[in-house]
Design a protein around this ligand. Structure first.
Ligand SMILES: [Mg+2]
Length: 235
């Protein structure tokens, strides 16, 4: 693939972004940590409506632990010196699994670990990252046994991965693919509101889960929006 040359896909004279490198990946993870903190109370309120009101606090704790473990935001990083984007994202996943309670830690942790395992070269291009996102989605589906329409994070993750893949296949760069994924994730999260939950704690509420946006789908949208904004800041 071309690098640093505007060969189309943007249409506005902006250079293509064709590689996800370690610096950008660290910036993404830091942006996720900031977004989770900024939206902690919103996530908690969504989880209070149909769950146990811990999603915001859990994710904030998890990504704070991730920052400490990977050296983000001025942390020492506990000697973690990844040589590939995949190693860094694998560390993110391991840290989430070990630091976040409830279902969201294992689910997000498993997703990041699967994405990391799929990325074995120092940097990733769009096709590699699309494949890795598919691996993450497959891992979440296998662990949570949830399908689209069950009112879970899968409702945001599935269209996000599809949109990312479609954008790359159409020749879009990583910035365009990440924006398409973020928009699809936000649409998917909003679309959970009228659904009745069929998986997770919210399913215990039956019809009373209708009318509330799913907190896991909402945090999934935050993660993809952080990715899009990270590429957009990179310019
Ligand atoms: Mg909860």
């Amino acid at each position: 693939m071309s690098t640093g040359v505007n060969t189309g896909g943007q249409g506005d004279g902006v250079d293509r972004v064709d590689t996800l490198d370690l610096v950008t990946t660290r910036a993404w993870i830091h942006a996720v940590a900031l977004a989770v903190s900024a939206h902690r109370d919103e996530l908690t309120e969504l989880d209070a409506a149909i769950g146990d009101a811990d999603h915001g606090v859990n994710l904030q704790r998890g990504f704070a632990a991730v920052e400490a473990a990977t050296g983000g935001a001025g942390h020492a990083g506990a000697g973690h010196a990844p040589e590939t984007v995949g190693q860094l994202l694998g560390k993110v996943g391991m840290t989430l699994i070990s630091s976040v309670g409830g279902a969201s830690g294992p689910l997000y942790g498993t997703a990041f670990r699967a994405i990391g395992r799929a990325l074995t070269t120092p940097e990733a291009d769009g096709e590699q990252f699309a494949l890795a996102l598919h691996a993450g989605l497959d891992a979440v589906r296998a662990l949570g046994a949830a399908a689209v329409g069950d009112k879970t994070m899968v409702d945001a993750l599935t269209p996000a991965v599809a949109a990312f893949d479609a954008a790359v296949t159409a020749g879009g760069d990583l910035r365009a693919a990440a924006r398409a994924a973020a928009d699809a994730a936000e649409d998917g999260a909003r679309a959970t509101t009228p659904l009745q939950a069929r998986k997770g704690r919210a399913s215990y509420l039956g019809e009373r889960s209708i009318g509330h946006q799913d907190p896991g789908a909402t945090s999934t949208a935050l993660i993809f929006t952080a990715l899009a904004e990270t590429f957009e800041r990179r310019g």
